[in-house]
Design a protein around this ligand. Sequence first.
Ligand code: GDP
Length: 169
Amino acid sequence: KQPSRELRILILGLDNAGKTTVLRVLASEQDEIKNTTPTQGFNVKSVHSQGFKLNIWDIGGQRTIRPYWKHYFEGTDVLIFVVDSADMMRMDETGEELSELLQEHKLAGVPLLVFANKQDLDLAMPPDEIAEKFQLTSLTDRRWQIQPCSALRGEGIQEGMDWMAKNVS
Ligand code: GDP
């Protein structure tokens, strides 16, 4: 059996967006998962999915930690950005953070998977509206996808990973 290709995945988003819950869903789909204990709000999980070994870097999303995001950009194969679709109060802030990420040189051309999370909530903004608000439709320098999901219910995550597997270079 061929060893699976390793991918470096960065999972970002504001605090409370659901990053940890997404990771938990990914991890629950298989037996073994390695968890490096968080130092100052980041941890790396290795999960096997779609014939890949995914090394997923989960960095804290709190405002004070966001300046450190850039130290983890180098060598990223796929960027996953998790949005709390029901957090209207912080939708602008979320869009600004994403937009700044998309301007980073070290992330140029890296495929973007946006999880429009918490779609189980009545107030959740639909994915097409989020895509429009974040101006994803005008992105021409990378592949992108917005995937509605409920990490809490485990819905939509696998579909996102399917897209990722097909679109990683
Ligand atoms: P993180 O700070 O981005 O890692 O966010 P967490 O994964 O810790 O989730 C923050 C809160 O949102 C927790 O209370 C989760 O249970 C909740 N949460 C995460 N995903 C969902 C979802 O799909 N639906 C709902 N309703 N709550 C969610």
